[in-house]
Write a new protein. Structure first.
Length: 102
């Protein structure tokens, strides 16, 4: 759920407001300490514009999405030249990873 909340650009407080629950409850759900009701999980999914099953399926298929969003957000804070150099470095790193997979 945290991944989709961050991708939606929402804080825990903003999501809590949208689904009419406390931000501490949202935090507990995200940290696995709280178990939401089916109604709450449906409200959360609707607020994040995802299907309820995405909370389960995508965690298995695409756990990297949260990292990619964080990386993208960080790169966007850099000046243009630094963004270009950073992207070139990432591209080079991916080439090294590809080469090591052979």
């Amino acid at each position: 759920m945290r991944k989709y909340r961050i991708m939606a650009g929402l804080t825990q407080e903003e999501l809590a407001e949208k689904v009419n629950c406390s931000n501490s409850h949202i935090g507990q759900i995200e940290n696995g300490r709280g178990i939401p009701s089916l109604e709450t999980i449906t409200l959360i999914a609707n607020a994040l514009d995802v299907s309820v099953d995405w909370f389960i399926i995508s965690d298995l298929k695409h756990p990297e999405l949260i990292y990619l969003k964080d990386i993208c957000d960080k790169i966007q804070t850099y000046p243009l030249r630094t963004r270009i150099v950073t992207c070139e470095m990432i591209q080079h790193l991916l080439e090294v990873v590809d080469e090591s997979q052979k």
